[in-house]
Write a protein that binds this ligand. Sequence first.
Ligand code: COA
Length: 193
Amino acid sequence: MAARNRMPPWHESIRLANGREVLVRPIRPEDAVPLRAGFDLLQPDEVRQRFLYPMKELSAEQAERLTRPNTRREFALVVAEPQPPGEALIGAVARIAVDEDGRAGEFAILVSHYINGMGLGRHLMRRLVRWAKGRKLDRVYGEVLESNLPMQALAASLDFRREHGDSPGLVRMVLDVPKPKPRIRTPATQPLV
Ligand SMILES: CC(C)(COP(=O)(O)OP(=O)(O)OC[C@H]1O[C@@H](n2cnc3c(N)ncnc32)[C@H](O)[C@@H]1OP(=O)(O)O)[C@@H](O)C(=O)NCCC(=O)NCCS
């Protein structure tokens, strides 16, 4: 039965170019332990590009915070092994958090070097923009190191523009979220008699 195979919202099974199958899904509290373990395998530069400063470890509190997004204003997806949450290794995390004014969302993304260069960064960014569209946000933006040309190229290819960042050495990539097309209302069906 088709419905049995249907995935829950924001879940997708993807086969990567290297043949590996991964699951894109919302982050779960059980991901905290694998997330911390995976953090130790990241290269210092990946960490600096994501968090904008060097970090030696992801503390239990930080992992807790990342894996329990406030669903009223935050959304986070992971790329995980197709194992149950808690057992599955996490290869990428992309999140968006809505600003205080409720109009813009700030993104942050990390696709680890084990699975980068296979389209996941682009895919996850598109998903974040879709979420922002659903929330009727005006803008999506992210602070990116000036030296981080791959992220700037990725964002630019998705129509983000480049603005001045919050501080020297940072650029802000900004997208005006396309408005959903207005629904065309079809006239109610008239009874035949
Ligand atoms: C930047 C990052 C998210 C890209 O993820 P990815 O899965 O490798 O990206 P994709 O495979 O979807 O590539 C999409 C685009 O990114 C750009 N890109 C990716 N890697 C690149 C590289 N090494 N050099 C130049 N451009 C690159 C290209 O525009 C590419 O498009 P193309 O494939 O049509 O050439 C990933 O490298 C990463 O997590 N880096 C560390 C953390 C970070 O920089 N976060 C951003 C700030 S929050």
